[in-house]
Each structure stands twice: as C-alpha cells, then as structure tokens.
Design a protein around this ligand. Structure first.
Ligand SMILES: Cc1cc2nc3c(=O)[nH]c(=O)nc-3n(C[C@H](O)[C@H](O)[C@H](O)COP(=O)(O)O)c2cc1C
Length: 190
C-alpha cells in the first residue's frame, strides 16, 4: 500500500471481528514501530503483546471505573455513554511503554520536551499505519490510570505506559472525523 493511501485511509477502529490476527502480521507491525525515529536513536520504547482475553477484561473493568470518574470531572456528556466494548473484542492488545530515562539532548534544554514520549508516539503511528496496510484496524486507547495498567501488566514505576493499542480485523469503520485544513493550521512565512 502506498504511504499516502495508508495515512489517509487509517481510521480508529472500535468494532473488531472475532478473528485472530496472524503472528506474522503482528511481527511486521512491531518491526514498523521499532523503525520510528527517536532523539539520539535512544529507542525509548518497549511493547507487551497479548492475545489473552483476561487482559482485555481487566482493562475494560478498570477503564469503566476511570470513565465514570472522568465524566464527573469533565462534565462531558458523551463520556458516560461511551461504550468501551471494543476493548473486549480486540483479539490482540499491544501495550506501549515509554522509558522516561531515555531522552536525547533535548532533555538538557532550558524548557525540555519529553523526547521519550514523542518517540513512542512516532512508534505508535508507524505501528498503526503498518496495521492498516496489512488490512488490520487499530485503536490507540488511553482512557486509563497509568497505575492500573502498571498493575495489570506488571510494569515498573519508572516506566510510562503510554497506550494500549487494540489490534484486529475491522468489522466496521466509521466515517472519518473532520479535519481542519491547511488554511486553519499552517502558517507559511516568506
Ligand atoms: C494519544 C491518543 C489517545 C487516544 N485515546 C483514545 C481513547 O482512549 N479512546 C478512544 O476511543 N480513542 C482514542 N484515541 C483515538 C482518537 O479519538 C482518534 O484518533 C481521533 O478521534 C481521530 O480519529 P481517527 O483516528 O479515526 O482519524 C486516541 C488517539 C490518540 C492520538
């Protein structure tokens, strides 16, 4: 698949088929993740891959509680009715874990940016585009307290669980949410 086709064709998937994902496809999208750029090539990421549904159930249970809490805090009306069932459907989960001790030279700036986090985001994007190019759907899920995810997956305190990526064959893909255009988001300077 052409790179632009992958970029413009990828959509967040919240409806997965009851169909396992071939290990070779998981292998390929992990390789794509590992090819992401990172400051000073620090590669500040680790991944946990599981197809054991007990983890889906645990994530769903904890995220339902978190969702209620966030609905109160935010006042957002859509949150209480936001159905997290896709967490139970996804045949494979990939937990993306950042290592905050592995930043590049940018950590010594007066106003440092979290290079490890930026790198992991690039890795997730590579992973999702590779998945799409292989006919798979993904969802970057983040509606959890990090402590809960650390407990579920046995992740140490010094590591940052950045996201749980749901991976599977899409049952249904929604219409793409609108994007603002170049005229709204870009400034060209002479
Ligand atoms: C950092 C990050 C966290 C996200 N967390 C969630 C999430 O917890 N639940 C969810 O349903 N979607 C989540 N999304 C997906 C976004 O809602 C989605 O990317 C956005 O609405 C644009 O839709 P698209 O991915 O189909 O283009 C997340 C996306 C990003 C980049």
């Amino acid at each position: 698949m052409d790179c632009h086709e992958a970029i413009f064709g990828r959509r967040s998937c919240r409806n997965f088929k009851n169909q396992p994902v071939e290990p070779e496809k998981i292998q390929r999208l992990l390789e794509a993740a590992l090819y992401a750029p990172s400051p000073a090539n620090k590669q500040p990421w680790e991944f946990i891959v599981t197809s054991n549904l007990k983890y889906n159930e645990q994530i769903k249970a904890t995220s339902d509680v978190t969702k209620e809490k966030l609905a109160v805090r935010s006042g957002w009306k859509w949150l209480p009715v936001f159905d997290l069932s896709f967490l139970l459907q996804a045949p494979t989960l990939i937990v993306v874990i950042g290592d905050p001790s592995r930043n590049g030279a940018e950590q010594f700036l007066d106003d440092p940016s979290p290079g490890y986090l930026e790198s992991c985001s690039a890795a997730v994007q590579n992973l999702m585009l590779s998945a799409h190019a292989q006919g798979l759907g993904t969802l970057w899920f983040s509606l959890f307290e990090k402590g809960d995810v650390r407990k579920i997956f046995g992740i140490s305190e010094d590591k940052d669980p950045i996201g749980v990526i749901c991976v599977g064959y899409p049952e249904k893909i929604g219409t793409p949410p609108a994007r603002k255009g170049i005229e709204d988001k870009v400034t060209f300077l002479d």
